[in-house]
Ligand binder design. Structure first.
Ligand code: 6AU
Length: 263
């Protein structure tokens, strides 16, 4: 897609998915399009960084199944941080099963739907399995207010590059905009103003890890590839001074978003 982004106010008004009303309002208020991926294994470590990050980011992304001491107290504290700083809590579970099982997983062991605002879902299981999320998203007993479809992966050789895959994922998302808030992708794929393009694979100091990940800068991801939200993990979490890096990534990503004139 080459169409430029609409202003945040327009996107907010056009939001079909509840998550996006919150997202675009929060982006405007915080002047941030940064999401921090906290891939730590212990809840205290995660909460400590979440507190530092919350004022700077629009979303905090977790892999709850990587946390070895996950419990209700963790969830409670996380929700408090989210509430105090207007942060979206994002569980990156990448669900990929038939609809009925996806729902069981959402309500299972870690009860994701109760505390996560948004969860990632693969497109591979097809449209009807994805439409099954609607029941949970529309149920006020759950926190979940949208899903992000994985349209492209950042890793080298990802099969999402196979002919037609990304377009097929986009079509499923665009046909279900009340529940699909947007995409995990490498470049902007949808021309619907309300759809959010969340992009991982951003690091300002390195190009790759030793396990297939591919990184590029924020300017490339946001200004050239027209994504909306930068998802950064180790660029911040592996640094000696995470707060300094958070401020740096926030500034770079936001400048790229509002069309700052640096390269
Ligand atoms: O900045 P990193 O490489 O330390 O972390 C990137 C984060 C990780 C991945 O699980 C996630 O982004 N991710 C995803 C997501 C968000 O779904 C998709 C993808 O294609 N690549 C990727 O790295 O927490």
């Amino acid at each position: 897609s080459t169409k430029k982004r609409a202003p945040l106010s327009v996107r907010m008004e056009n939001a079909s998915c509840r998550l996006n009303e919150l997202l675009y309002k929060t982006m405007q208020q915080k002047e941030s399009n940064l999401c921090l991926a906290i891939d730590f294994t212990q809840k205290e470590q995660i909460l400590e960084l979440a507190k530092v990050a919350a004022p700077h980011v629009v979303a905090i992304k977790l892999h709850a199944d990587c946390i070895t001491d996950f419990d209700d107290q963790f969830v409670k504290e996380l929700r408090t941080i989210a509430h105090n700083h207007h942060c979206i809590i994002f569980e990156d579970r990448k669900l990929a099963d038939i609809g009925a099982v996806n729902i069981l997983q959402l309500k299972g062991h870690q009860n994701i739907a109760k505390w996560a605002d948004v969860v990632t879902v693969h497109a591979v299981q097809g449209q009807e399995s994805i439409e099954a999320f609607r029941k949970v998203i529309n149920d006020d007993n759950y926190c979940l207010s949208g899903i992000l479809l994985i349209a492209q992966l950042s890793s080298k050789g990802a099969l999402t590059q196979l002919d037609g895959y990304t377009q097929a994922a986009r079509n499923i998302g665009e046909a279900n905009r009340d529940i699909v808030a947007g995409f995990i992708c490498q470049t902007k794929i949808s021309d619907f103003d309300d759809m959010g393009h969340w992009t991982p694979g951003v690091n300002l100091d390195a190009k790759s890890d030793d396990a297939g990940q591919q990184w590029r800068g924020a300017n490339e991801a946001i200004r050239r590839q027209l994504n909306d939200i930068v998802i950064v993990g180790r660029g911040v979490t592996a640094s000696k001074n995470p707060k300094e890096q958070l401020e740096r990534y926030k500034r770079e990503a936001w400048n790229a978003f509002i069309g700052g004139d640096h390269d």
